[in-house]
Design a protein around this ligand. Structure first.
Ligand SMILES: [Zn+2]
Length: 98
């Protein structure tokens, strides 16, 4: 899930993945500008390991107690979707593959 997108506002190439309602959004980690949005539904069959937290805001590290789900996306997507349905931003952090 690494992208080389540069932010159109500040030029930084560091993105964060967040889920908002049914959308999957790549966001600049520095200024919070939304770079790309797609449907979260498009990712539901992924085996990528991820950890999901309630989003603390751009560039901030999520707190362990805000954990929503952890595991392959195909198993955690339901919990992530449920947590995002009321408009809560959910940060999704993908594990680096070995
Ligand atoms: Zn930016």
């Amino acid at each position: 899930m690494n992208t080389m997108l540069a932010c159109t506002s500040c030029g930084l190439e560091e993105t964060e993945s967040v889920v908002h309602f049914g959308s999957y959004i790549l966001r600049c980690a520095a200024c919070g500008q939304h770079l790309v949005a797609t449907s979260f539904m498009a990712m539901l069959n992924s085996d990528d390991e991820c950890t999901a937290f309630i989003d603390p805001g751009p560039g901030k590290n999520p707190l362990p107690e805000t954990l929503v789900a952890r595991g392959p996306l195909r198993l955690t997507a339901k919990a992530i979707s449920a947590a995002a349905t009321d408009g809560t931003l959910i940060r999704v952090i993908f594990e680096p593959r070995d």
